[in-house]
Design a protein around this ligand. Structure first.
Ligand code: MG
Length: 387
């Protein structure tokens, strides 16, 4: 840190708003045994993608903050301003004074249940954009407020924007420096867009809802106290090597004198991974979801199958903790392609690359893989349910 590298999380906890019915500002209210702000601090610090955390607090909350963080060893808090924008600007100035960063996550303390999956999606989008925000669709009917009920607003065109919002540090710092201060921005993404920056939308998380009403605390408590279980699934697949086929393996195309034949693009590695994920949630196998007899899957890219399995995991409240793949063949050599495969699989699953393992082995010339008749792959996936 301190050389314009890495990712810093800026947690904005400078609000004066009190939890309804209490005298404690909501970021310091207790949630499942610790202050609300500490949930974001602990979660963000535990993420391998995050190199440091700075917390922006209200000027008269210094004692409350110290009391809240207890024995945690953190950079000193930054004193915010009267508006959220001024508080973020103060946080960005503090990061800049420490030597800057490559990326910054700007997060509201009132959204304590930030997950690594969302952060991974945001940071992946920063590869091609100046900023990225998590969004969720609007489920309720929306209408304009009037003396009576006004016109309904088409909700397909609307999304709910959450935090953390991720930015290239220079882009968001520049947008704050350039803001004339005569009016307030709704959020940092709008400020970056005002300077012509491109901001991507990635899938948000219902667990990231802002704590606003007493029932929000009850729901967050329930999520945090739900029992956590870990499930492991395995997958295995074999495809035949044939002349005149492209070789797709681990989500990438490899130059080779033969390719894999069969269902879809026959990416045996992604098929094994798909089955491992389906296995972890007891959701059948790849053939049940994408029957080989169905012509629509004949030339399909297997990344769709893997993304579908990941969506099923998410729909069941699961999070993928880790996947581990072993490719079994004599040729091609996997080593030169291992990192590209990890990167591609991590992108499909929207995981940090450290959660994706790709290994390879031969069978010492024995059997069908040894004779080069086909390639086999086996995979394991660990899924966390709850928590
Ligand atoms: Mg297959």
């Amino acid at each position: 840190m301190g050389d314009g590298q890495g990712t810093v999380a800026l947690i904005v906890a400078a609000g004066k708003g009190e939890r309804m019915g209490g005298a404690t500002p909501k970021q310091y209210a207790q949630l499942a045994g610790k202050p609300v702000v500490c949930h974001s601090i602990d979660r963000l610090l535990a993420m391998p993608q995050v190199d440091g955390v700075r917390v922006v607090i209200a000027g008269d909350h210094a004692a409350r903050y110290q009391d809240a963080i207890g024995g945690r060893v953190l950079s000193s808090p930054v004193v915010g301003g009267d508006s959220r924008r001024e508080s973020v600007a103060a946080g960005l100035a503090a990061v800049a004074a420490d030597g800057g960063a490559a990326r910054v996550l700007i997060h509201d303390a009132a959204r304590p249940l930030v997950s690594e999956a969302v952060v991974a999606r945001l940071l992946a989008a920063l590869e091609t954009h100046d900023g990225a925000v998590p969004v969720l669709p609007v489920a309720d009917t929306l209408a304009r407020r009037a003396a009576d009920l006004g016109d309904v607003v088409a909700r397909d065109a609307l999304v709910r924007v959450q935090t953390p919002q991720a930015f290239r540090f220079d882009a968001v710092k520049r947008s704050h420096d350039a803001w004339d201060g005569t009016h307030e921005a709704t959020d940092d993404a709008q400020m970056v867009r005002a300077l012509g920056g491109a901001v991507a939308m990635v899938e948000g998380d219902s667990a990231l809802e802002k704590l606003t009403y007493p029932e929000d605390y009850a729901m967050a408590e329930a999520r945090l106290s739900a029992p956590v279980s870990f499930r492991t699934g395995t997958g295995f697949d074999v495809h035949r090597l044939a002349e005149g086929e492209e070789l797709w393996l681990g989500g990438i195309r490899i130059d080779h004198d033969k390719g894999l034949a069969g269902h879809s693009d026959a990416d045996v590695a992604l098929h094994a991974l798909t089955d491992a994920l389906l296995g972890a949630i007891g959701a059948g196998d790849i053939g049940a979801h994408f029957p080989p007899s169905d012509p629509q899957w004949r030339a399909a890219r297997s990344d769709r199958f893997l993304a579908h399995a990941a969506a099923l995991v998410a729909a069941r409240g699961g999070r993928i903790e880790h996947v581990d793949l072993t490719i079994i063949c004599e040729a091609p050599r996997i080593g030169p392609h291992r990192e590209a495969m990890r990167e591609r699989i991590a992108a499909i699953l929207q995981l940090g690359q450290d959660r994706v393992s790709v290994k390879a082995t031969t069978t010492e010339g024995l059997g069908y893989t040894g004779r080069g008749e086909g390639i086999a792959a086996q995979a394991a996936a660990t899924v966390r349910i709850g928590g």
